[in-house]
Write a new protein. Structure first.
Length: 185
């Protein structure tokens, strides 16, 4: 059963990346679920909310670490232009992928293409959310930090989380669709 689930997953050529990708996805899913049960007022409580809040914080710091591992691996394996060609106004890959999509054909991952661009943006979003949450926690924990600044970090953390959640669900759905279509070729 596990083998049936494992084989169609992407990145079989890079077991480290595959494991890192799955670990990040599972941690993000747990963050989405447990965020509804966190209470900053319960940080010092010996309660279920306190434990869930601490789990959220520890998982968030773990995601910062894993996010930097992910972006480092991506950039050392394929380079900046693979994921971020659009920053230097190179849209050739995106145009090629759009042409394939218009012809009802799924494009493969290519340098500067839609899949690579979306993956790059997803990892940047992940890091922004995790770092803003980490900054909120550190500011909340330190004496002398203005309350407006602490609230600002929390605001940005919650605001940016919206993009990671959209990315998470859309990326997962597209991945499942891609695996299904590849399996039924």
């Amino acid at each position: 059963m596990i083998k049936k689930l494992w084989l169609p997953l992407p990145h079989d050529y890079a077991p480290f990346f595959r494991g890192l990708h799955i670990s990040v996805a599972l941690l993000i899913l747990s963050q989405i679920i447990n965020s509804n049960f966190t209470e900053r007022e319960s940080l010092s409580d010996n309660s279920l909310e306190g434990y869930i809040t601490w789990f959220h914080i520890i998982s968030g710091f773990t995601l910062i670490f894993l996010g930097f591992m992910l972006i480092t691996w991506m950039l050392t394996q394929r380079g900046f232009r693979w994921y971020f060609a659009w920053i230097i106004f190179d849209f050739k890959g995106i145009k090629q992928d759009l042409s394939l999509l218009k012809a009802f054909s799924l494009p493969d991952a290519t340098r500067g293409g839609i899949a690579a661009t979306i993956q790059g943006l997803g990892v940047i979003s992940l890091l922004l959310v995790a770092l803003s949450g980490g900054l909120w926690f550190l500011a909340q924990s330190m004496a002398g930090i203005p309350e407006d600044m602490v609230r600002g970090f929390m605001h940005w953390h919650k605001f940016l989380t919206t993009f990671v959640e959209i990315y998470f669900y859309a990326h997962g759905a597209m991945g499942i669709l891609h695996m299904y279509l590849a399996r039924n070729k």
